[in-house]
Write a protein that binds this ligand. Structure first.
Ligand code: THU
Length: 156
């Protein structure tokens, strides 16, 4: 038997420590919550992606009375990017959320399904996707989706 430890490197920033590119992406993710449709959870998720051509794509969660028909903000943004810019890599993703009108206190982290989807985008583009998780007072930054989902399923 061999025991291994898997480490995850996470950097924590105050807003004013972010560089201009990250701050802009965080702002656009916040704006993207306007596109959220969340009449059931009242949890409005906004996502902004930066593509390797400089394009920024927004996404937001979309709920449905048949709950399983809804989708998360992360996948809304990623599938929008894939459909419209199939040849471009997503090199950065920022996710933010408001609950009942207030930005969530803790950095908003993607659900497990979105983590799996994010990893496949990273795998197919052969470029790391940086991730910014935005909370009221701080932002967590990771260098790759794999840091969010160690031992992910991957058939490639
Ligand atoms: N949600 C997201 O959009 N992203 C996540 O990673 C977690 C959850 C959405 C789904 C649902 O519309 C609402 O947040 C509450 O779960």
């Amino acid at each position: 038997m061999t025991e291994k430890t898997i480490n995850t490197r996470v950097r924590e920033y105050a807003y004013d420590e972010l560089d201009a590119e990250d701050r802009q992406l965080v702002e656009i993710a916040r704006e993207a919550t306007r596109g959220s449709y969340a009449p059931y959870s009242h949890f409005h998720v906004g996502v902004a992606l930066l593509l390797d051509n400089g394009q920024i794509i927004k996404g937001a969660n979309q709920e449905n009375a048949a709950f399983g028909a809804g989708t998360c903000g992360e996948r809304s943004a990623l599938y929008n990017a894939a459909a419209n810019y199939p040849d471009n890599a997503v090199i950065k993703l920022a996710v933010t959320a408001f609950h009942n009108g207030d930005i969530v206190p803790e950095p908003c982290a993607p659900c497990g399904v979105c983590r799996q989807a994010m990893i496949e985008f990273e795998t197919k583009s052969h470029k790391p996707m940086k991730v910014l998780l935005v909370g009221r007072d701080r932002v967590l930054a990771l260098d790759s989706c794999h840091d969010l989902l160690p031992l992910a399923f991957d058939e490639f």
